[in-house]
Ligand binder design. Structure first.
Ligand code: PHE
Length: 468
């Protein structure tokens, strides 16, 4: 899904890359951006937050956030990156200096890099869960088990900090390994096969879900809006998730945009990436909820949802061990390409700010993330009763892991996104924007109106509502 380390092309051999390389093609960019966007957010997080927030109404708000907030911001991030032509923090600096804007706008990129760092720490832990299920499935341990037995396997994993630490370490090592070396054509090619393969496997599980006799119930849960189940906090989760799943607010798309050649349409590319990302999430929902209802499970079971439902499906379908193993390999791969893109901005920042070599910055950032990840691991078992901000009603019962998730996805990402929208919509010159987007006058006006008014107002309203 990815050529996430375009740095490997920096100073590369193509004619266009005197100083910094460019993506070899539009396709390479689409793959890298999709590889970043499609990850645990789609298959792990989307179903469980949908389940926790009552289904259809949440999905509707989420789709609205993707279209009215996510897509326009994705375009803005890519265009800022391309115009700045450097790492995110430097790109924002570059544009502000060149066009005489206040330097404080660079804050958006700083929040983004910090958020990327925090997210990667727990993302790697969840990536580790996916890796561990490859072996659980391959050794046939899931075959024919009841829902209870599968639940026990999962809680056994969470209750074992040493096992979690091992998988977390393995996952982080995989990420560091790739970011240090930079990716070459090999993985880019592999991605063109693995991405469609993930799609096909999801379709197979959806096919199985159709045979459970509860498919209609699953579809209704996802698509029949019942607003009584949706709280204002749920709306904030939907907004935050739109940023998370599209890899926005973390300077990732800015970093990737900086390697994009001038003659690629930012709008079309962003639409392709958003549609694919949303498609994978909805397919995951269609695969999972029928299984939930068929087995009398709880849709609001939380972060363990896919690890308690999908193994049931694989345990019952023919060739289940094979499909299950393949599925978790692909899930690991999807998580891997996203994690790589999370580490990249942190590494670029260390290289630029601290003048460290690529090897040193990658290992340093990797170790720091790995250490912080241990906190999330412990909060699932040894520290499961530790709720540092529990005295505030809003954070009642939230463990450190829950807080990290909340602070990043629901606070930092929307905030960084808001700054990006304001910067693009109100600070950058219309000429600069028009020049980058190169759209018809009508489409440009539509985007301009959305990024100036709709996006900031939507984000601000949801925010303020939740703080009051
Ligand atoms: N979009 C990724 C996912 O849905 C997560 C991610 C966020 C990756 C931000 C990179 C940057 O899993």
């Amino acid at each position: 899904m990815n050529n996430p380390s375009p740095a490997s092309q920096r100073g590369g051999d193509s004619e266009a890359s005197i100083k910094r390389g460019l993506w070899s093609s539009r396709m390479a960019f689409v793959l890298a951006a999709t590889g970043s966007a499609v990850g645990l957010g789609n298959i792990w997080k989307f179903p469980y937050v949908t389940g926790e927030n009552g289904g259809g109404a949440f999905v509707l708000v989420y789709l609205f956030c993707i279209a009215a907030v996510g897509l326009p911001i994705m375009m803005a991030e890519i265009l800022i990156g391309r115009r700045g032509g450097a790492s995110p923090i430097r790109s924002m600096g570059q544009i502000t200096r060149r066009d005489g804007h206040h330097r404080a706008w660079g804050l958006a990129a700083v929040i983004g890099v910090l958020a990327a760092f925090l997210i990667l720490s727990f993302y790697s832990m969840i990536g580790g869960w996916a890796v561990s299920y490859i072996s659980t499935s391959a050794t046939g341990q899931l075959t024919g088990l009841s829902a209870d037995a599968i639940g026990e396997i999962f809680s056994g994993l969470l209750g074992n900090p040493w096992a979690l630490l091992g998988w977390h370490t393995l996952f982080m090592a995989l990420v560091v390994f790739v970011v240090i070396r930079g990716l070459r054509g090999g993985l880019e090619r592999a991605v063109t096969i693995l991405m469609p393969a993930l799609f096909v496997l999801l379709l197979i599980v959806v096919g199985y879900a159709m045979t459970t006799g509860h498919f209609g119930e699953g579809v209704a849960f996802l698509f029949q809006p019942d607003f009584s189940g949706l709280t204002t906090a749920g709306v904030l989760v939907a907004l935050g998730h739109a940023f998370f799943t599209l890899s926005l607010g973390m300077a990732v798309m800015m970093a990737y945009g900086s390697y994009l050649s001038k003659n690629v349409s930012i709008a079309k590319t962003s639409i392709v990436v958003s549609v694919m990302d949303t498609g994978v999430a909805l397919l995951a929902g269609l695969a999972i909820f029928p299984i939930v209802f068929a087995n009398g499970l709880e849709p609001g079971a939380g972060p363990g949802l896919i690890f308690q439902t999908l193994p049931l499906a694989f345990g019952q379908m023919p060739w289940g061990s094979l499909f299950g193993t393949l599925f978790f390999i692909l899930l690991t791969f999807a998580a891997w390409t996203s994690a790589i893109s999370l580490l990249e901005p942190v590494v670029e920042w260390l290289e630029e700010k601290k003048g460290m070599s690529r090897g040193k910055s990658t290992i340093g950032a990797g170790i720091a993330c790995w250490l912080l990840g241990i906190v999330s691991i412990l909060s699932l078992n040894v520290w499961s009763d530790v709720t540092p901000l529990g005295m505030f009603a809003m954070f009642e019962g939230k463990t450190i892991f829950d807080l990290l998730d909340f602070v990043t996805a629901s606070v930092m990402l929307p905030l960084a996104g808001l700054l990006v929208a304001l910067f693009a919509g109100w600070i950058m010159t219309r000429e600069a924007l028009q020049n980058e987007l190169a759209m018809s006058a009508r489409s440009f006006s539509l985007w301009y109106g959305i990024i100036r008014y709709v996006t900031p107002v939507a984000v601000a309203v949801v925010f303020i509502y939740n703080l009051l």
